[in-house]
Write a protein that binds this ligand. Sequence first.
Ligand SMILES: NC(=O)C1=CN([C@@H]2O[C@H](COP(=O)(O)OP(=O)(O)OC[C@H]3O[C@@H](n4cnc5c(N)ncnc54)[C@H](O)[C@@H]3O)[C@@H](O)[C@H]2O)[C@@H](O)CC1
Ligand SMILES: [K+]
Length: 492
Amino acid sequence: MLHEFERILIGPREMGLVDADAAGSGIDSFRLMQNAGEAVAALALARYPDSGRFVVLCGPGNNGGDGYVAAAAFARAGASLCIYGIGSEDLKGDAARARARVEAEVAPLSAYACRPGDVIIDAIFGAGLSRDVPQDVARIIADATKLRLPIVAADIPSGLDGETGEIRGAAFSATDTVTFMARKPGHLLLPGRELCGALHVFDIGIPKRLVMARAGKLWENGPGLFSDALAGPTAESHKYARGHVAVFSGGPTSSGAARLSATAALKAGAGAVTLVSPSEALAVNAAHLNAVMLREADSRAIRAMLGDHRVSAFVVGPGYGVSAALRELALSLLTKPTVLDADALTAFASEPKSLFEAIHAEGATVVMTPHEGEFGRLFPDLASASGSKVERARKAAARSGAVIVYKGSDTVIAAPDGRAAINTNAPADLATAGSGDVLAGITAAMLAHAAPAFEAACAAVWIHGRSGQVAGGGLTAETLVDVIPQAFPEMV
Ligand SMILES: NC(=O)C1=CN([C@@H]2O[C@H](COP(=O)(O)OP(=O)(O)OC[C@H]3O[C@@H](n4cnc5c(N)ncnc54)[C@H](O)[C@@H]3O)[C@@H](O)[C@H]2O)[C@@H](O)CC1
Ligand SMILES: [K+]
């Protein structure tokens, strides 16, 4: 897998184990803390050379230790400096050692009053945050936010949960965050991603193999995850060798969604695409299609497609209309790779088990693409459960047997085997009507390329996001479809 180390995300608990492994293998943990704190100071000095004063806020654990190291570096650099700490007399281990090397006075954190011109070094809480921040920290966060003070966070903005990206009571909104070795899920999940500012990953000297050994199966989504799995079309390739996608259309007044999926599948490189339409929508579909083929949806046609080895993936759901007939149709398609989107998800709200059992029994290749509302209808208990979006998506994937694309500005893709990726390239403009239909079509095209479901879904989400960037502000689902091919050159 390309660039795997750069893409891995490691939870705070696993990072703690990496730290312990590093110490166990003879690496000097104080040296690591020094590297971490000095990296924070170096970044702050470079970013804010004219700062009125650096205010270093130090917590009671090792994140505070990083702060004391940074404070010593500011003092050596001759910068104006104030230090405020929680429990600075009761520190332990490396943090106590870092504190002992600071000659300047350390005032209690509660005494800090924000002043315009301050640059805050936030070393209050890092990976060890375990509950809502105390009141005096929340008060400082509120004051600093009001004054819009620049904030350089050590590891993660204090108050942000590194596992879930959620705010524990209150959190700093940093201008820069300096993290160590690898990013945490909370740096990419929302709202966390928006609170980190510019994120800098600094190698403090822990061997990468130790980090890799503890990393779970979670990555930032990107071409390194899927480009090997997508065999590009060659000049000689027959159109069906690039796969044939069949998309099921709704009735005459709701056929546009399926047409968007179908044209997106074509633009995303499916060799052929057929829109399978109820007879009463054939005329309207025919009036809008050129390269996409059209076929009437009768049971004979569906049987024929299921038996035709050239038909390689289905899309069902966009604009179809929620009905028992849709449930029956969806279940009948599961012998081939299938994307279930929109109405095909809502249709199973009253009996999700029947779908999940069929997927498991068939060993089916299914990608489901729920947004928040659809996720809640299919997995009501998971939607309201605590934990991160990654955990919810993983549980949904394991339960359903499908790859789950849990959509949002921080779309999470999760496979039943526990692999998961967080997508980060989607611009806000993608939240537009028909955008999901386009994603379903791209996903089917990737499945039609014979990519395994997880890689196909990761590729589709990334291509969709990249196409959104290319289409730019004011994009519509149509302009999004048009630029899909422009996302491809960047994939390899
Ligand atoms: N080898 C290492 O261990 C390294 C660790 N590093 C730093 O160490 C940090 C992790 O250190 P720790 O595990 O000590 O964790 P933290 O420093 O984040 O915090 C732990 C302390 O905060 C207390 N605490 C947690 N939540 C609280 C709350 N809401 N209110 C009040 N007190 C609370 C805990 O009881 C504990 O005393 C990383 O984020 C990173 O900055 C770096 O120094 C690099 C090397
Ligand atoms: K911090």
